[in-house]
Design a binder for this molecule. Structure first.
Ligand SMILES: [Zn+2]
Length: 257
């Protein structure tokens, strides 16, 4: 059935790069049932492990049977750097487990698929066409407060000599300014970020915050694409923690081939 097919969203600028393969998977086309219906890859979501492993295998198949690296994401600021010269990757290709505890990953390795799993948080994908480096970042509100996006760009500069003005960036479907209500923001969000709050309501614009965090590091505005799809407004297509509480995680994947 057409409704059950795996669907993938892509960024226009990354789509034009022949050797970059990426995709935002939806919740459609997997084997999970009930609130997890159906392409849930979140190992800690409460869903049946067999379904999650099976869904991960479906994504691996869709990506051409290449190794996928899943992270144990903890809303921290740990950034994993995988360099082709100093890594034994025999252990990463296991769909049933998370390989590293980190909330961002950067690599110069071809054929390795970097996965971020989300349900309202942002996956921010980066690609430097000059140095041939990719990164994938998990940034929820805690990540925004930690500026993991800026830290990741900084690490690309430090570790690989990337120039930020060359970097292409994409912001995945995630919680939009329409739904980002933070009634406890005075305890959760530092004052210097309150400029992203709606003037009359306790709603924050994390999309604008991420764009600014990229631009503060030198990424060009025109090289940043945001799909501007709010997950909470579109629970028919994506998982939303805010919208559904008990729910799955969808996959955001990028690789150089
Ligand atoms: Zn919304």
């Amino acid at each position: 059935m057409e409704n059950d097919e795996i669907k993938v969203y892509e960024f226009e600028h990354l789509k034009k790069v022949p050797h970059v393969v990426h995709g935002i998977f939806t919740r459609t086309g997997g084997t999970s049932r009930g609130v997890y219906d159906s392409l849930n890859i979140g190992m800690e979501s409460g869903d049946e492990k067999a379904s999650i492993s099976n869904n991960r295998k479906l994504i691996i198949r869709k990506m051409g049977m290449k190794p996928l690296v899943f992270l144990n994401q903890i809303h921290g600021a740990e950034i994993k750097v995988l360099k082709k010269d100093d890594n034994d990757l025999s252990q990463v290709f296991e769909p049933g487990k998370e390989t590293y505890t980190a909330d961002a990953i950067i690599t110069d390795m071809k054929g390795l698929f970097l996965v971020i799993q989300v349900a309202d948080c942002q996956s921010v994908m980066l690609y430097d066409p000059d140095k041939e480096i990719i990164a994938n970042i998990h940034s929820g509100w805690r990540g925004s407060v930690l500026n993991i996006i800026g830290q990741c760009v900084g690490k690309m500069v430090l570790e690989f000599g990337c120039l930020p003005e060359n970097i292409l960036a994409g912001i995945s479907p995630s919680l939009g300014p329409c739904c980002s209500e933070f009634i406890n923001y005075k305890n959760e969000i530092p004052g210097y970020l309150w400029k992203y709050k709606h003037k009359d309501k306790d709603f924050f614009d994390f999309w604008a915050m991420s764009r600014d965090q990229l631009m503060e590091k030198g990424v060009k505005n025109e090289n940043i694409q945001n799909m501007e799809i709010c997950t909470k407004c579109h629970t028919d297509v994506f998982y939303s923690y805010r919208g559904e509480k008990t729910t799955g995680r969808f996959a955001c994947v990028i690789s150089m081939i």
